[in-house]
Ligand binder design. Sequence first.
Ligand SMILES: [Zn+2]
Ligand SMILES: [Zn+2]
Length: 372
Amino acid sequence: MSSRKTGNHFVAAFFQSKVTRWTIAGGCVLAACLVFFAKPLSTAVLKRVINYRLSGMVHEFEDGLHAGLCGTGSPLADIKRAGPCIAVVAGKHLYIVDSGDGSTKNINLMGFQAGNIDAVLLTHFHSDHIAGLGELMLQRWAGGSNKLPLDIIGPEGVETVVDGFNKAYSLDTGYRIAHHSPEVMPASGAGGLARPYTLGPEEDASAVVVDTDGVKITAFKVDHRPIVPAVGYRFDYKGRSLVISGDTVYSPSLRKHANGADLLFHEALSPWMVKLIHEQARFFPFPSLQEVTEVIPSYHASPEDAAKIAGEANVAHLVLYHIIPPLPSPLLNSLFLGNAKTYYKGPVTMGVDGMLFGLPANSKEIILKTIL
Ligand SMILES: [Zn+2]
Ligand SMILES: [Zn+2]
C-alpha cells in the first residue's frame, strides 16, 4: 500500500470518528451563535461601558470647597497638560477660573457638569487663559439648556474677549438653534455675557466679585507686567479658603490675599530649564522661541518664588500649576522644584490635569484625589 493511500485512509478515518464530528458540529454551532449574537452581545457590553463612563461623570461633592485641575499647562505644547484652568465647586456653585486650550474636555472628563457652571472668572487675557472659552460657553449652553448666557467675570477688557468669542461662534449658534428644539437649545442662553469690574489704583487693590450663599470670591491685583490688568482670586466658604495666583512674579499683593489659605495654586516657571531651551534654540531655525524664552522668566514666578509666598502667607498646601517648560517625565519634578522646599516647609504638589482637591466645610482636612 502506498503512503499516499495510507494518508487518505487516515484523513477519512479522522473525519469519520464520532469525536471529530461532534467537535466540528460544536464549532459550527458556536460560530453560528457568535455571528447571530455578535450584535446583541456587543451592544450589551457597550451599554455597560457607556453607563460606567456616564456614572463616572456624575460627582456628588460634599459641602465645602473643591478644586479640580482642568488645565495645568502653559502656551508651550504639553501632551499631558491642557491650558490653565481650575474648576472650583463652592457649596452648590461651580466656577471656572481661566479657560485654557483643551480644558473644557477635562472639565467634562472630570465629572464637572458644564451645564451647571455659574460663572467663569478670567485672570487676564493672554491667549493661553482664554483659548477654550468658545467651547466652554457652548458646553454650558448645550449641556444645561440654559436660558441665560454664561457670566464671564474679569477685569476691564473682558468685554472685548467675550464679544469676539460670541461673534466667532455666531454661525455655529445659528445652526444649533435651527437643528434642535428651543427646549434643548434656548436661543437666549447662547454665548457669554461679560461682567467687568474695576480695581483701585493701589498695587494690592481688591474687590469682592461674587458674594452669594456664603461663597465669597475676591479678585486682587498681581504683578504680570507688562500685562495689565492681571489678577488672582481668593475663594472663601464655610471656614475654608483657596487662592489662585493667575500669572504673576513674586507678588506682595498675592502674599497678602493668600494669608492663611488652605490651598494656594501658584503658577511656576523654572528659569534654568527655560534658559536651557533658549540656549539650545540657537541651533534650530526658531528665532521666535529664542526671543520668547529670553523674555518669559521676567513676568512669571519661579518655584522658589511660589514657595516664598506660600511660606510667608502661611498657607497649608502649595500646588504648582501653569508649569513652564513642559516636563517630559515626573522624574524631573524635583529638578523643577529646585530649592523651593527651603522656603516652604508644608506640602508641595506638582499639579497635574485631573487632580481634585477637597476642603470639607468647617474642618482642616485637605483631600487629594487624581481622577484622570
Ligand atoms: Zn499670562
Ligand atoms: Zn499664562
